[in-house]
Ligand binder design. Sequence first.
Ligand code: ZN
Length: 276
Amino acid sequence: MPELPEVEVIRRGLRSLVRGKVFAAPRIFTPKTVAYPEPELFARRLTGRRVEELGRQGKFLLFFLDRGELVFHLRMTGRLVYLPEKAPLPHDGTLRLFLPFADGSGLFFGDLRKFGRVWLFQQKEERVHAGLHRLGPDIYEQVDEDQFLALLRRRERSRLKPLLLDQHFVAGLGNIYVDESLFRCGLHPRKRVAELSEEERRKLYRAIRETLEEGIRWGGTSTRDYRDARGDRGRFQERLQVYGRQGRPCRCGCTIRRIRVAGRGTYYCPGCQGKE
Ligand SMILES: [Zn+2]
């Protein structure tokens, strides 16, 4: 599932390709992919709008338009790929939406599992439809080390894994980058915030930042369907230390385990991250 680094890689890749372009009439193949407003109105309102800038908040990809805002969430298997002028539309069974530009290029939105969503907002108040008003600060762009420590102090009783996955606490992290970050700083996923020293809290913040930066630098993680803005796979999956590696040896010599924490499959090393 695309997390912050994958969405950031898509944002950076698309930015230079689509800024200044004007949307033509969209083609909607799977109506439920359009979450707001209803598809006919979505199509009418998007046509003629110009892309001014691209942004991101957590795992949401934002297109700031000359009027309003187009928002994507890729969820499990969503892909947003730029198609140059005259490129054939890939009818590969995942096509949900095609957003052509007036110059003949366009954006292909493919999504095998159909959980991905798109919204079009004209007013700030409409962002409630995507839950953006309740989203926590973006862990990469909006939270520095001291702010992170302050946020942790409000959640002393929480266990690390579910807390870091909670998009209302901080936005952007998912299963892969949480497991990799906790491994990097040697903290057990079931530990509670209250059990951490100040030094461990600072190490956790730095581990998250380093893991996200590395993920972005390697073009994101393509364990399954993720592709960047040009349809290429990321390479961070080759550098994963614990995620998806149960039964394999850690660099410390211990065997990596898979356990369930708050209902989520969780990978960790008992040697590096302790028993509990
Ligand atoms: Zn280890």
